[in-house]
Design a protein around this ligand. Structure first.
Ligand SMILES: [Zn+2]
Length: 581
């Protein structure tokens, strides 16, 4: 009895929301607290039998729930406790290692923590801002977002008594670049070389040299950019200036400018350390110091990542357009936290594009992207009700097979029997589909005709149990019947994909990122995150180096130039839709 009490008590707390538990179990926690050996000793044989039956039903239910995991139910892999290794973990060990790093310390840090304004502008006239912020920048407002989210009101700027990170590091200058006007902008007269002009400002830029095969490794360039001015004979005052992109309402705290300590290639590396390798700003700072001997503040790192997000923003339109043109889109979604508010993070994946969008926890984004009539392709998804609004879709069989397996492992005799039968039928179909794919293409519906009887059997099983007393069996039978045409679509056309793994695997990387970072803190932070994630993953599925591409995009964006096009699909990747993660 004590053991039973123990099981029943631990199940809801570890694995299930308590309310769901109390609703379907016959004995509540409140009941169990009152029942002991004495209670049972005072029951008549009839009462004892009746109570035993209820207890047995509860015990079976509890056992089923204890055994439930992402392998035999619709529970997403992210619901698996972190200490349980799932098959997906084993597949992706190279990637998921990050999950364990730094696990001795509670990770309070948030990826998009507004940067502490710990960078003080340089003081010499030649280096108005050696920290990478602009002389007249509004970066000081960064700290204002802290006021929104943190319970304690903080003033902008360095806090009294806080550790200061004023840029004191002196690195040898490896190159000097002179920026001067050669001709007068008014009369077009030749103005002479920079030697005849007056230097009015300068900034330092730290960047990573492009790697050459003969010399692997990371090599730093520390470049001094000097800007000159001169008065023309016509009276016009000519001055060369680092380019600054006009402020944008949607990026109130993110300026885009050439005037940066962190050069484009170095910035792209910081983005990769953050997004691809899931390091917090603080860990990146530590890494740069420990391995490259570079001191950068958390604020500069944060600014660099958000600026990169704004840099790649113009690419989004092209990504959406490619999705609209695609014949098949894999779609999945998960929860995301922005400043403690629950949001929805969506991933849309086609053969050549990955797009992340974060927004409200409803159908808005799905409707905007795929239900507005421009997308004509097939949607592959799980069984979430929102997707049913789109008729031309596929169901992920991995989810259905997991549910069938869950039933087959139930303690209920009927559910086990039916679960095993459904599982066997799906396995038969699946095997037949794999075989059909390796054979010359046959007319539409050939396989369905061949497996007509088995499909009828499946349908009959669902019909027979659609009013079953067993909750899960009834729900599953109804689900299959309701979505019948979509469920069996791959049997009619075996070339269609069977699972949504291509989207789920990509999303998984960012689910781990969310667990490490606790989400984002600001709207700009979320925006920057989804944009960069989209570009990085798109490069990855195309087999193109994301670091190189981000470098060229950041460099162009800072100069206000048109962005280079996304790299094309590498031939080797065309037949490998599963290279992600
Ligand atoms: Zn002139």
């Amino acid at each position: 009895m004590l053991i039973i009490q123990h099981h029943v008590k631990t199940v809801p707390h570890l694995l299930l929301p308590t309310n769901q538990f109390d609703l379907t179990m016959k004995l509540t926690g409140h009941d169990l607290k009152q029942i002991n050996d004495t209670t049972l000793e005072h029951l008549s044989p009839e009462q004892l039998l009746s109570f035993s039956k209820r207890m047995l039903a509860d015990l079976k239910e509890a056992m089923d729930r204890l055994n439930q995991n992402s392998n035999n139910s619709s529970k997403p892999p992210s619901s698996t406790p972190p200490w349980v290794t799932t098959p997906a973990d084993q597949e992706n060990t190279g990637d998921e290692d990050g999950e364990d790093h730094d696990n001795n310390k509670p990770r309070r840090e948030v990826n998009d923590t507004p940067p502490p304004k710990d960078e003080q502008p340089g003081s010499t006239p030649e280096t108005p801002d050696s920290s990478g912020t602009q002389p007249s920048s509004q970066e000081g407002t960064d700290a204002s977002s802290t006021q929104k989210t943190s319970p304690v009101k903080r003033t902008a700027g360095k806090q009294q008594g806080a550790e200061g990170f004023g840029r004191t590091q002196q690195l040898p200058v490896t190159a000097i670049v002179h920026h001067s006007s050669t001709h007068c902008t008014v009369c077009n007269a030749y103005l002479g070389g920079h030697e005849t002009q007056v230097a009015w400002t300068a900034f330092y830029s730290l960047d990573i040299a492009e790697s050459i095969p003969e010399q692997p490794g990371i090599h730093l360039n520390h470049t001094k950019h000097i800007f000159f001015e001169i008065e023309c004979a016509c009276g016009h005052h000519n001055r060369s200036e680092p380019h600054a992109v006009m402020p944008e309402a949607s990026w109130p705290k993110t300026n885009l400018s050439e005037w940066r300590l962190v050069g484009p290639r170095f910035a792209a590396m910081i983005v990769m350390l953050s997004k691809r390798y899931r390091n917090s700003r603080r860990l990146i700072r530590e890494f740069l110091y420990d391995f490259l001997g570079i001191e950068l503040s958390v604020g500069t790192i944060d600014q660099t990542i958000r600026e990169a997000g704004r840099s790649v923003e113009p690419l989004e339109e092209g990504l959406i357009h490619e999705i609209e043109e695609a014949s098949l889109a894999y779609v999945d979604e998960t929860s995301w936290k922005e400043a403690g508010n629950l949001r929805w993070l969506w991933v849309f994946r086609t053969l050549t594009v990955v797009l992340f969008v974060a927004g409200k926890r409803d159908r808005t984004i799905f409707c905007k992207l795929l239900l507005d009539g421009r997308f004509k392709g097939i949607v592959m998804s799980d069984g979430w009700v929102v997707y049913r609004e789109y008729a031309n879709r596929l169901r992920c069989w991995a989810h259905l097979i997991r549910k069938a397996r869950g039933l087959s492992e139930s303690c209920n005799f009927v559910a086990t029997k039916v679960g095993l039968e459904i599982l066997a039928l799906f396995t038969t179909f699946q095997d037949a589909i794999y075989i059909a794919r390796n054979q010359p293409e046959q007319p539409f519906g050939t396989l369905a005709k061949q497996y007509e009887n088995e499909m009828e059997q499946l349908k009959a099983l669902c019909e027979a149990h659609k009013d079953s007393n067993h909750d899960k069996l009834r729900a599953f039978a109804r689900e299959l019947l309701r979505d019948w045409d979509v469920v069996v679509r791959q049997i009619y056309d075996p070339s269609l994909p069977l699972t949504n793994n291509d989207a789920e695997r990509i999303l998984r990387h960012w689910v781990i990122d969310r667990r490490l970072s606790y989400g984002t803190r600001t709207v700009e932070g979320t925006r920057s995150f989804t944009l960069l994630a989209s570009v990085i993953e798109t490069c990855r599925i195309r087999g193109a180096p994301a670091w190189d591409y981000l470098t060229t995009v950041i460099a162009a964006a800072r100069k206000g130039l048109e962005l280079p096009a996304l790299p094309g699909m590498q031939a080797a990747n065309l037949n490998l839709p599963g290279i992600t993660s």
